[in-house]
Design a protein around this ligand. Structure first.
Ligand code: ATP
Length: 368
């Protein structure tokens, strides 16, 4: 007992708070630090996965309620820090295990690089870039998944010139959607889009909030993706339920933010980047689209202004991965795909290598 408070009970109760996403307690996750009590205060240390952790306010609220009950009349001070490397790896393992328990993420996708293409607003060429990037990543004979998460603003069917309806196979308790398979040189694109499921674009426009998130869950969990080398996700523009759902389902997804050269468009693009970070997603870099074109004399013209990509990259503290021309061709994007592959390799540190190995072990033998 300290200052009339049973510290052990206080610790046990706080340690039993569950992280809803990781589906484990603060104690199990090694997130609970020191708990100290004085006559007027209770001080609790917690180590978060990141300081932008979305569950932060919820933890504070639950700790506050426990303190009010077991140490009434004292003010609560929460010292927040970030988990160390090992702690983060433990949290990520818990996230994967929780996702697998919910059977949302097929084991095959757990070892796959996921690149989500985001933008602040529509019309900047996000879908065009996502499509070109997925195509470029097939180079060398790879199978690349292309998940059109722009549920009601889908443009991938148009970009791939596919019109067929996707079919679902399986039994009443386990069915899977067959993605459209598109041959690209020596590789293959596997595309899933709402545009290949609904008869009329207006059918999907009614979808909002939880329905959008559910659609993404189906697109991740109930598609026969096989074992793609990379999954490219074309996110809807802006911030909202779909990027949040993506962060929950595929917490290792890396985000690329597409913007135009106009510095005026930067503010809204920054919001998309910071939103992704708040959802614990790693922002890999910025791609500036519609940047330039070469006139008949060989000079570069920049009809949409310049500097937007550099400014956005500075604001987000990430590299500018590419400036793509107006009328982009496969070769322009192949270079970006190589840059991204290098960035991914540079970031695949000890922690993700272990997670990858873990995911492989969790996979049934015949899927490897
Ligand atoms: N680099 C480019 N060169 C020429 N045209 C481009 C380029 N990038 C995009 N476009 C064209 O700009 C238009 C908008 O592109 P796109 O649909 O990819 O944008 P978006 O940001 O995904 O928009 P939305 O989210 O509203 O679908 C399309 O007509 C596309 O063909």
């Amino acid at each position: 007992m300290t200052a009339g408070v049973d510290i052990d009970e206080l610790r046990a109760r706080i340690g039993a708070i569950r992280d809803p996403e990781l589906d484990a307690t603060l104690s199990e996750l090694g997130m609970l630090g020191d708990v100290t009590v004085t006559a007027t205060t209770v001080r609790v240390g917690i180590a978060l996965t990141t300081l932008g952790c979305p569950a932060r306010a919820r933890f504070r609220g639950e700790i506050g309620a426990i303190v009010d009950e077991l140490a009434p009349g004292r003010s609560l001070i929460v010292d927040e820090t970030e988990l160390d490397h090992a702690g983060r790896a433990r949290a990520m393992r818990a996230a994967r295990a929780a996702a697998q328990r919910r059977a949302e993420v097929p084991a095959a996708l757990l070892g796959t690089d996921v690149i989500a293409v985001a933008s602040g607003k529509g019309g900047v060429g996000k879908s065009t870039v996502a499509h070109a990037l997925a195509r470029a990543l097939t180079h060398g004979g790879n199978a690349v998944g292309l998940l059109d998460a722009d549920i009601w603003g889908f443009s991938q069917p148009h970009l791939t010139e596919r019109r067929e309806r996707l079919v679902a196979r399986g039994t009443s308790d386990r069915w899977e959607i067959e993605p459209a398979r598109i041959e690209v040189d020596d590789g293959e694109l596997r595309l899933v889009s709402m545009g290949l499921l609904v008869d009329d674009a207006d059918d999907a426009i009614m979808w909002r909030g939880p329905m959008l998130a559910r659609a993404l869950e189906h697109f991740v969990a109930d598609v026969a993706w096989g074992q793609p080398s990379t999954l490219v996700v074309d996110l809807p523009p802006g911030t909202g339920d779909v990027p949040l759902a993506l962060a929950r389902l595929l917490p290792d997804a890396r985000v690329v933010v597409v913007t135009t050269p106009s510095p005026l468009a930067v503010e809204v693009a920054v919001r998309a980047g910071t939103f992704a970070r708040k959802a614990n997603l790693d922002v890999l870099g910025v791609i500036e689209n519609l940047s330039w074109l070469r006139c008949e004399h060989g000079d570069l013209i920049r009809p949409f202004g310049e500097g937007g990509g550099t400014l956005l990259a500075q604001r987000l503290g990430v590299p500018l991965l590419a400036t793509l021309p107006i009328g982009l061709v496969d070769d322009d994007v192949r270079v970006v795909a190589e840059t991204i592959t290098r960035e991914l390799a540079a970031r695949s540190d000890h922690c993700s290598a272990r997670l990858w190995a873990y995911a492989r072990l969790a996979q049934p033998q015949n899927d490897r």
